[in-house]
Every structure is written in C-alpha cells, then in structure tokens.
Design a protein around this ligand. Structure first.
Ligand code: GP9
Ligand code: MN
Length: 684
C-alpha cells in the first residue's frame, strides 16, 4: 500500500503525472457540470460512456502542450488554460440556465439574438454550486503552493509530449467514430447543440462552432447588395399572379399552422386492419370547406423539420447540407411569415413540446419575428407525458390551448407535433390500432403513431368548434417530410402493394398532406403539383397580403399559372409529366423510364430547378435579405424578442384587459379549457 502511494506521489511529482492529474480532475468536474447543470438527455450506456470520455482527448491535447515546455512556466501555462476553460464552462452554465442552449460565436459577436444581456441578470441566476467548476484549478494551485506536489522543471524527452498528443488525437478519433455510429449525421445534420456537447464535449463543440461560423461568415462578409440584382430579376421574370378569386378570403382570420410530423400523403384514406388509420384527418381532407392538395410534395434536405419550417414560412429552400435554421437562423435577416403578419396586426406564436434549442428554434424564431415561442418549459412535465423527441401530441395540444386562449386575436399559431416521429414507438395504453406486418420494425409502428396524432388532431379540432374559434380561423395542415425513408423499400412495397417499389415510387411517395380548412372556404381536392416552397405565397394571397415585391421562390398554388415543377433539394424533380431521379427521367403518369424525352426538354427542366435552388442558396449564404427593403415591410429587430417564460406570461397577462381580443378576454377572462376533451390516459 505504502509502495503504491509512494509510486503515485513520485508520478505526480513529474510533469506528465501533473498533466494526467489535471485531466482527471477536469473530467470529474465536467461530468459534474454535464449531469447537474445541463440537460443533455444522455440515454443508454454508450451515451454515458461518451459523456465520460469526451472531455479527455481535448484536455489531454491542451494540457499536453505543457509537456513541450520546461520550467515553471509549463505549470503556469496549464493552470491558465484550465482557468480560462473553467470560465468558459461557467459562462455556458449561466447562459444555459436562461436559454437552454450553449454560447456560440455568433451570439458572442452580438448579432442581437441574445436580447437579454446576461450581465444584467447574472447575480439573479448564479448559484453557489456553479463555482464548483473552478474547484479543480483551485486544488491544483493549492497542491503546488503547499508543495504537496513539486514542480518538475526539466525538459522532457520530445517523445513523451508527442506520444501524449498522438494519444489525444487517437482518442478523439475513437470518440468521434463511436458518436457517429450512435447518431449518424451528428455533424452534418446538426440538429441540436446539446447533441454535439453530449457526444463530443463542450470544447469540441466550440471548435466546431468556430470553424462553421468562420466559413459562413466569410461568404456573408464578401456579399454585397448588388448580389441581389440577379435574384430580383429572377423574381420579376418568374412572378406568378395569384388567384384573384381567393385573394383576401381569409383576411383578418386567425391562422393555425398544424405541423403533422413525418406524415405522408398515403396515410390519408389508408386502411389497415379493416379500419381507417386517420379518420379525423380523412374527414377534414374530404370536407367541402377544405382545400386539399393531392400532389403536394415535401422538399426537405438534411434539415428535415427545420427545412420544412424554413420553406413554409420564408419560401426559401433549405440548404444542400445541414440546416439553415442552425447555420444561419441566428444571424441572417429574414422576411418570414410571422414578421409579415405581425406587421398586419397579428400576434404570432410557435408551440412545440421539445427543448427550444432543437433546430436552433430559440434563435431562429427571433429572426423570423415570432412574438412567442412556447417550448417544453412552458408545459407541465412528467416522465409519462414524453416520448421520443418531446411531449405526446394529445397532451401537447391540450396544454397549448391554455396559451392559445390568451393570444390577442387575430393570431398566427404554429403547432409542431412530434409523436409521429421515427422510430414510431408508442406506449401500449396509447395504441389503438395494430402494427402493420411488414416485419420492418421501424415501419410497422408508423400506423400506430399516425393514428395517435390523428386522434390528437380530432380532439383539438373539437375544441376549436366548442369555443367557436373555428368560425374565425383558417386551419392549415401540412406533413413536413416522409416518415419512411428510401431505406425501407421492401416494407413500402408490402404496404403499398407496389411490387418493385423503386426510386420512381420513392419520389412519388414524397407527397405529404397540405390542407387549408376554413368555414365557408370554396374547397375541394386540387390536383396542382406543388410543394412546401409554395405555401407562403398561397397563404398570403388568402390573407389578402400582397407579396409581389417579396423574395420568395414559390408561388400561389391556386393560381392557374402556377408552374408545376416541384424541385427536390438534390436537384431531382417531379412535374405532372416528368419525374427525374438521379440521371433517370420517368414518365410521371406510368412510372416507366421516359426514353423519348428530348435533351432540350431535359435541360430546360433541370436548369429551372438548379437555378431556383442555387439562387435561394445565395440568398441564405450571403444573407442577402439584409440588403433588401421591400415597401411595407419593416426589418425585424431580434433584440425585441424574448422567449423567457416569465416574460411571456407577463405579456399575456397584460393582454388580459377589459376590451382585450383574446378568446379568454372575450369570455370575461373565464377559461375555456374545460371544453377541451381528451382521452389521454396520462391525464386521467
Ligand atoms: C424535434 C423535431 C424533430 O424538435 O422537430 O425534427 P426532425 O428529426 O423531424 O427533423
Ligand atoms: Mn420532422
């Protein structure tokens, strides 16, 4: 025992020993911070292992630099690095407490998205235990000052520091590989900063953030207002006059945008086990006062939900890689639906039962001009209320009603559901239809979660009716993207009865619902080909908002002149006659390879699609809308927005005046929640 102790003490008195001790202490305090100060959502043994591992490689690399030096300065260097890194961790803890997200370069550079200057409120939010993140530095200083550990000042053989650095790089490689295998697309899709920190650590996240931001900022710095010229010309040359018959029919109405997670069009009227899977949505689809589209496609890329949100509310395409909400949402200037409608007297709010940082919504929504963002912390949380990425739809929609009734009217409210999300798991008590029997475990639960979502929608629509909100609201439904990816062709063949479900079929199955439901609307099933990019111009026309001077890549779906070439993010496309997948052109009508199509026709269609996509990319990458000041639109000032719960509640309270316009105010401030009927077993 004594010998072990002696050996250890000898080792700690070497510089290498000291570096290792510093890494160990650093790792322990980081794990403490990860588990008590952040909400990383670590699940399972692999994620736990990576959370413990991830501080080590970076710190070994950083502290390891001390091994290349000699004398006292090597120790001082290590302590300074350790201290600075702790200050950084400390700042992140405070920022996270307020915003449930990590600090990024854009935020620090002061793009204005951090509306509340943290400095002002720092005393109010700091907790004594936050200072524990400095404990490791303190211990090291004390050990040295009281000579418990002596400084080893001689120069080391060069092999030792080099070996340590190599070990650090190797460990980082292993960390990254394991992380990517547990979560594919971790760095390319970048959904949530929490994920990168959970898998790779705070320091690796910072390096990643700096590289990413430097890259995107360089393009923006070089762009100038004249870059808009070609885009403005394209808009002018391709402007589609909206359908005048529908102009303003929904003027002044409330707007509900209901996001049907991963919901494909084929589920509409689809039967399984002798039953309709989604009877409520089917009913809405067929109602006379619903405009339903049966050739409406999702056009998302890697950004999935985020791309759908971006397209729907900006009529700009998602980027070819990653998610524009994440890379550009915080810094860019937008002319988005919430801001446009806000300037037409609307209250705007987004609702989602997941953490606000997912897809960088917390920052992007400020750039889009959302007055309110009701995310997980606004809802009563219980373990049983959650599944997958967030709250169960029935509970989420019911609890959202509490805020909806408080919104001054007219309002624009977007409700993002999430239960019908891959891998389509649902607890037994919420299942009301059997799984399909393709044998593909990620496909077979899809009907169950879709049914659950459908029931949640049914309950919500019944509340709109019970409260009378349906009379003065336009309710828009859309499916954000496919539910079953093209990795499951065999299962899809079984489900659809299409024998060789191929790339052509996969392209056709990118159809998602798009329905506009409103009392008195001249509805019907419309066969126009279109996609998510066309939603904003379509809705603005219904709302009577002129968008002819806006930069939007879609056009009114109801216009007889609507161009029916639907671009996919990878350059493939579908038109009523031609479908392009890769280098193959098919006849859309019969799915056969179209050998007759002329080279001229091919390049005409392809060019249109690639031009649109690349011009849209230019707008986002160059942040070109900052140079554009269309008449009638005032630039959003991100600093005006604050999604802290206390702030939102105070604002809603203010709106509760005598002649307030909210549903609640109109009902003499008596809640209308007792009219909300749900059979959610968790609420019984
Ligand atoms: C999570 C949710 C999921 O907040 O919106 O996004 P997705 O994985 O569908 O892109
Ligand atoms: Mn989605």
């Amino acid at each position: 025992m004594k010998r072990i102790f002696k050996g250890l003490s000898n080792f700690l008195n070497t510089r290498l020993g000291f570096v290792i001790l510093a890494v160990v202490l650093y790792t322990i305090k980081t794990i403490y911070a990860y588990t008590t100060k952040f909400n990383l959502g670590v699940k399972g043994s692999m994620q736990t292992f990576l959370m413990v591992l991830n501080p080590i490689p970076v710190m070994l690399l950083l502290f390891g630099i001390a091994l290349y030096m000699k004398g006292r300065k090597s120790y001082i260097f290590l302590l300074i690095i350790d201290f600075l890194d702790s200050v950084w961790l400390f700042s992140n803890i405070l920022y996270y407490r307020e915003f449930s997200d990590f600090l990024t370069m854009i935020l620090i550079k002061g793009s204005g998205a951090v509306s509340n200057n943290l400095g002002k409120s720092i005393l109010g939010i700091v907790k004594p235990t936050d200072f524990l993140v400095f404990l490791d530095v303190l211990i090291l200083i004390l050990l040295l000052s009281f000579k418990v550990i002596r400084m080893d000042v001689k120069r080391l053989k060069w092999r030792i520091p080099v070996l340590v650095s190599c070990l650090a790089v190797l460990l980082f490689g292993a960390n990254l590989t394991l992380a990517q295998s547990d979560r594919s697309g971790l760095l390319t899709r970048t959904f949530d900063n929490n994920y990168i920190v959970k898998y790779l650590g705070l320091n690796a996240f910072n390096v990643y953030d700096v590289i990413k931001t430097t890259k995107t900022s360089a393009v923006k710095a070089q762009s100038k207002s004249s870059d808009l010229d070609s885009i403005k010309k394209y808009m002018k040359d391709n402007y589609v006059t909206p359908n005048a018959e529908y102009t303003g029919v929904a003027k002044g109405k409330n707007v509900f945008i209901i996001h049907l997670e991963s919901f494909q069009q084929y589920l509409i009227d689809y039967k399984w086990d002798g039953q309709e899977v989604t009877p409520n949505l089917n009913k809405i689809y067929h109602q006379n006062d619903t405009l339903s589209f049966d050739n409406f496609f999702n056009q998302v890329g890697q950004g999935k939900t985020a791309d759908a949100e971006l397209m729907l509310e900006n009529s700009l395409f998602g980027l070819p890689e990653g998610s524009a909400m994440v890379t550009d949402g915080t810094s860019n200037t937008f002319q988005a639906a919430p801001a446009i409608l806000d300037q037409h007297g609307y209250t705007t709010a987004s609702f989602h039962g997941d953490v606000p940082s997912f897809w960088n919504r917390d920052n992007t929504y400020k750039s889009w001009g959302y007055d309110y963002f009701f995310s997980s912390s606004y809802y009563k949380q219980k373990k049983s209320y959650n599944i997958g990425y967030g709250m169960k739809d029935k509970i989420f929609l019911k609890d959202s009603a509490a805020y909806i009734q408080q919104l001054p009217q007219p309002f624009y409210a977007k409700l993002i559901t999430v239960t019908n999300h891959y891998p389509y798991t649902l607890d037994k008590k919420n299942q009301s239809i059997s799984k399909t029997d393709t044998g593909d475990s990620t496909v077979d639960g899809y009907v169950q979660t879709a049914r659950y979502l459908d029931q949640a929608i049914g309950e919500f629509m019944a509340w709109l009716q019970a409260t009378g909100l349906d009379k003065n609201s336009m309710v828009v439904f859309y499916g954000d993207h496919y539910g079953i990816s093209d990795n499951h062709k065999k299962a899809m063949a079984k489900i659809t009865g299409i024998k060789d479900f191929d790339d052509f079929d996969n392209a056709q199955y990118q159809r998602v619902p798009f329905m506009i439901h409103m009392d008195g609307l001249k509805g019907g099933i419309n066969h126009t080909y279109g996609g998510e990019i066309d939603v904003l111009p379509t809705l603005l026309n219904l709302l009577g908002v002129d968008d002819s001077n806006m930069i939007q890549f879609g056009s009114d779906l109801l216009s007889p002149d609507h161009p029916q070439t639907v671009a996919f993010r990878n350059g493939d496309f579908v038109t009523p006659t031609v479908t392009k997948v890769g280098s193959t052109y098919y006849n859309t009508k019969n799915g056969k390879v179209d050998k007759k199509i002329s080279a001229q026709e091919k390049s005409k269609l392809s060019n249109k699609v690639t031009t649109e996509l690349s011009l849209s990319d230019r707008v986002i990458n160059g942040d070109l809308l900052r140079f554009y000041n269309p008449e009638g639109f005032t630039k959003v000032n991100k600093k005006d927005y604050n999604y802290k719960k206390s702030h939102a509640l105070a604002e809603l309270k203010k709106a509760r005046t005598k002649n307030g316009t909210s549903l609640l105010a109109q009902n003499d401030n008596k809640s209308l929640l007792d009219l909300y009927q749900t059979d959610a077993p968790e609420l019984k």
